[in-house]
Ligand binder design. Structure first.
Ligand code: GLN
Length: 548
């Protein structure tokens, strides 16, 4: 069977949930027995999002093969549950970088290098290479930004050309548009959608399906109008309404007919959508009986998207422990001392410290780690959060008051987190970290071993600094367990206080591998420990009466 190509563009405004539409469709097609691969083309000039501020762009999602990608790719992995690869994210910066490198190597044999065909060919090579490398039946390509942006034009031209090369029965163009609601006249408006479609059609792309993003049902008149003015079959105008949980979107879009019209457009013969597993997930979400509160301590808390995968992983763990996880966002810069920690953290059932870079807010994170350890609150440190746990332990248990990381004090006397000897030297910022999938061997009879239930695991990394082996023996003597290492024993991948229900730090990022229907074992263990902590610390009704 020829590979089928689906392109998802966005109109009117950005941040519409194109990614969720694309990811949901991917899941729906997968349940019809198709092999689906997905990718995002981002029009910005950065070579990858690795050097962008999490406060501007949200988290950087990392794939098994170590590609630093846009956070939408996290949605693809969570919804479709297929691992992405280096062809899954392409930016204008990377396109030009590749083309200019080829030009310098003389690869264009003296030709004038131009947007069409050289830039567009480079873009198309990513689309075709994704198809080839994954042997997918269907490739879903989302174009970032909004139709009409100057910078997305070469991408739209490239996907237009794919349509010509592959033929109409092998391509489906889906345009996701906002349908705004005007409260004064109590009506939805179709005009922005019409303009946006016209713009796309002006670039030679006639959308086959229009997805209307709206908070509530827009009504059949609006749908008919959009169908007629945008030249799209009436059943191909599909509503995508705001749902209480993102994970309800596949069900809603399937019920609205999206899967059927896409399969018809692509001339695919498939069994019907099988939503049994997904429906089970949704009913588990709806029937959770408990609630727990986890403090997420970090320095990018103003933009929750900066911790998107951590947030989702906590929710997934809640789905499997029948609990709703509330996140209390705590800006680490406010945690000046233990008294402030008591004010902010006394009521929470667990403390999570996710990844981060740079020294702002570090001292507050160390305060939070100390508070968790001394008050016996379940603690989960991820990447920087593990490094913080190690630094705190060195300061307050090993007695090195100046213990630190060479990221923050390059010449410090007790850098318990440091560059490995082979990493020393002046390192540029982009693409120089330990990135992607690495194996880890777990020590038996530890929290790590209990959670994973196996000894050999692999997880994704994104960091530059490591646990400093010079201090390894001393830490172990003073009660910190080295619970996971690289298979050769050289790199420390996980530390913990084994006698606690859950006090764990990991050098890797488990959040990238959690799925809504398969919570990550560490997140599950952490949330279970938080629920247990809550049970033990909730005063019984008898105690409450005594208090009064
Ligand atoms: N800044 C730390 C390092 O580079 C931690 C990185 C992270 O948390 N992702 O090692």
């Amino acid at each position: 069977m020829a590979t089928k190509y689906i392109f998802v563009t966005g109109g009117v405004v950005s941040g519409l949930g194109k990614g969720i539409t694309a990811a949901s469709l991917g899941r729906l097609l997968k349940t019809r027995g198709l092999k689906v691969a997905s990718q995002k083309l981002d029009p910005y000039i950065n070579v990858d999002p690795g050097t962008m501020s999490p406060l501007q762009h949200g988290e950087v999602f990392v794939t098994d093969d170590g590609t630093e990608t846009d956070l939408d790719l996290g949605h693809y992995e969570r919804f479709i549950d297929e691992n992405l690869n280096k062809y899954s994210n392409l930016t204008t910066g990377k396109v030009y970088w590749n083309v200019l490198n080829k030009e310098r190597q003389g690869a264009y044999l003296g030709q004038t290098v131009q947007i069409i065909p050289h830039i567009t060919n480079e873009i198309k090579s990513y689309i075709y290479n994704l198809a080839k490398s994954t042997e997918a039946d269907v490739v879903i390509t989302e174009i970032g930004g909004t139709t009409g942006d100057i910078e997305s034009q070469p991408f739209l031209e490239a996907i237009r050309q794919v349509g010509i090369e592959q033929g109409p029965e092998n391509c489906c163009y889906i345009h996701v548009v906002l349908v705004p609601y005007i409260s004064g006249s109590d009506e939805y408006k179709s005009k922005p959608a019409q303009h946006s479609c016209k713009e796309l059609q002006g670039m030679g792309i006639a959308p086959n399906v229009i997805v209307l993003r709206a908070d509530g049902p827009v009504g059949s008149d609006i749908k008919r109008k959009i169908s007629m003015f945008c030249n799209v079959r009436p059943d191909c105008v599909i509503e995508n309404l705001t749902m209480p949980s993102l994970y309800e979107c596949p069900l809603m879009l399937d019920a609205a007919g999206l899967t059927n019209v896409v399969v018809r457009q692509l001339h695919l013969t498939t069994p019907p959508t099988d939503l049994t597993e997904w429906k089970e997930l949704i009913s588990r979400i709806a029937t959770r009986s408990r609630t727990c509160t986890i403090a997420l301590v970090g320095k990018y808390v103003k933009l929750h998207d900066a911790y998107l995968s951590v947030m989702e992983s906590l929710y997934h763990a809640g789905f499997e422990t029948e609990s709703k996880v509330n996140i209390k966002w705590v800006d680490s810069e406010t945690l000046l001392d233990q008294d402030r920690c008591a004010e902010e953290l006394a009521e929470v059932d667990g403390i999570i410290l996710p990844g981060g870079f740079g020294d702002r807010g570090i001292e507050g994170m160390i305060q939070a780690a100390q508070y968790a350890r001394e008050q016996h609150i379940p603690y989960f440190g991820i990447c920087l959060g593990m490094q913080i746990m190690v630094m705190e332990y060195a300061r307050n248990v090993l007695g090195y008051a100046d213990a630190n990381s060479s990221e923050f004090t390059p010449d410090g006397a007790h850098n318990v987190i440091a560059l490995m000897p082979d990493q020393q030297g002046n390192i540029p910022k982009g693409g120089t970290m330990r990135l992607g999938k690495y194996p880890c061997t777990i020590k038996p009879d530890t929290t790590m071993a209990r959670c994973y239930g196996k000894q050999e695991i692999d997880e994704r990394h994104r960091h530059r600094y490591e646990f400093n082996n010079d201090y390894r023996a001393e830490f172990e003597e003073k009660g910190l367990t080295i619970a996971g290492t690289s298979p050769d024993g050289r790199l420390v991948e996980a530390v913990e206080l084994t006698e606690r229900p859950f006090h764990v730090g990991v050098q890797f990022h488990p959040e990238f591998k959690s799925r809504p229907n398969r919570a990550h074992p560490l997140f599950k263990g952490f949330v279970a420990a938080a629920l247990q902590y809550q049970t033990e610390h909730t005063p019984t009704s008898h105690e409450v009466m005594m208090d009064q």
